[in-house]
Design a protein around this ligand. Sequence first.
Ligand SMILES: Cc1cc2nc3c(=O)[nH]c(=O)nc-3n(C[C@H](O)[C@H](O)[C@H](O)COP(=O)(O)O)c2cc1C
Length: 171
Amino acid sequence: MELLELLKERYSVRNFADKPVEQEKLDKIIAAGMAAPSAKNFQPVKVYVLKSEEAIQKIRDVTRCAYNAPVVFMIAVDKNKEWHNDLEEEITSGTQDASIVCDHMMLEAASLGLGSVWVGWFAPSKAHEAFELPENEQVIMLLPVGYAAETSVPAPNHTKRIPREEMFKEL
Ligand SMILES: Cc1cc2nc3c(=O)[nH]c(=O)nc-3n(C[C@H](O)[C@H](O)[C@H](O)COP(=O)(O)O)c2cc1C
């Protein structure tokens, strides 16, 4: 499938089939995350692959947005490794680095016929505490992944996009 076609076909899946994801597919998703660029190639992103019963239960206790996915990628940044923009010191790269890792994984999952949903609505500090992460790591987002349930359909707003002129300005 053409990349643009895949980008348009992907939608947020929030209802998953009761079917495990093959390790081969997880490995490809992981390889996609590893292929992501990062600021200055500092590679500050840490990804926790939650798939044991215990880990899945823990993340479901933190947020209902883990849905019923069999696997949840919990994407964090090592604050000691992220790039600092020395022209405006308060700007750091961690969230951007994590986002591109998450996007690469989300799209690879779609290309493998899997569903996923990017999750930002949870308390990162609760996830940090539940998984006893090191102090220098900050959880940024979650990516629940699995086979979409047969009844899964895109949300009504999936195709709603602002007009091209509103988003892109030619200067
Ligand atoms: C930064 C970000 C945070 C999001 N957080 C959540 C979330 O917490 N829960 C959820 O169900 N969907 C979440 N989404 C999914 C969006 O709601 C979804 O991408 C958007 O409505 C467009 O729908 P589509 O992905 O089907 O095209 C998030 C997406 C992004 C990019």
